[in-house]
Design a protein around this ligand. Structure first.
Ligand code: 6PG
Length: 228
């Protein structure tokens, strides 16, 4: 336990992905609202989760952020999850709340705010972590970190892919019964140390995300945990 975060260090990326897949499946079987992350790291966890449980009909899916591209674009976070998880299920989620990246960052954020209108809190928020300690599309020292009224905002990208983004805001990510980080690789070790063992700071947005209604956990591979 570091700074209120329960940390599990797995042998390697596959072992880390399997632990996260098992947690996703537990939640899918229990039902409720799950927030998926984008990026490349969670793809294997989504594939393993689909293998473990083909029936996700009790759960609703949301995204923490999206790139402002059409859903069939290779940079789409929804597109990745559709290929790695949704298309492999026998019974899909009762609701798939996709961020409409194709609308652009501002109209897309307004549209997702509308989708979130009835939701009070998430049951499980899965987050990746950038080498710069960004989470979702909340980048270091950006005004998006100060947003307290809106639940979703448009954002600029400060890392590849350099396309506009739609992202949940900090208060929305915190409104969760569990936050779970999945982080792999040596290139993330400094960010992991800052985010999981450092003081909360806008310079490391991940350090500002802790679940308000339950535990905050992190599944790391050995390389990502090497600076802890
Ligand atoms: C995105 C993500 C972002 C991601 C990190 C890590 O849209 O890019 O949601 O927050 O989790 O950038 O990305 P990788 O897993 O590809 O390293």
């Amino acid at each position: 336990m570091t700074e209120g975060v329960e940390i599990v260090v797995a042998e390697d990326g596959e072992a880390a992905a399997r632990l996260v897949a098992e947690r996703l499946v537990d939640q899918a079987r229990a039902g409720g609202d799950i927030v998926l992350t984008g990026g490349s790291t969670p793809k294997l966890a989504y594939e393993l989760a689909a293998e473990l449980e083909p029936d996700w009909s009790r759960t609703s899916l949301w995204w923490g952020d999206e790139r402002c591209v059409p859903p069939d674009d290779e940079r789409s976070n929804y597109g990745m999850a559709r290929e790695a998880l949704l298309d492999r299920l026998e019974r899909g989620p009762r609701a798939v709340h996709r961020m409409m990246g194709e609308l652009g960052k501002d109209a897309g954020a307004v549209e997702y705010e509308r989708q979130l209108a009835e939701l009070e809190a998430f049951d499980l928020v899965l987050l990746g972590l950038g080498p710069d300690s960004h989470v979702a599309s909340l980048y270091p020292n950006q005004p998006t970190l100060d947003e307290t009224r809106r639940r979703v905002v448009g954002a600029e990208a400060f890392l590849d892919p350099y396309v506009d983004r739609i992202t949940l805001t900090l208060p929305t990510l915190r409104a969760a019964r569990e936050v779970l980080f999945l982080v792999e690789g040596e290139d993330k070790a400094d960010a992991v140390a800052q985010v999981l063992a450092g003081e909360p700071t806008a310079a490391a947005p991940g350090s500002l995300v802790r679940a308000e209604l339950g535990p905050t956990r992190a599944v790391l591979d050995r390389a990502a945990a090497s600076q802890l």
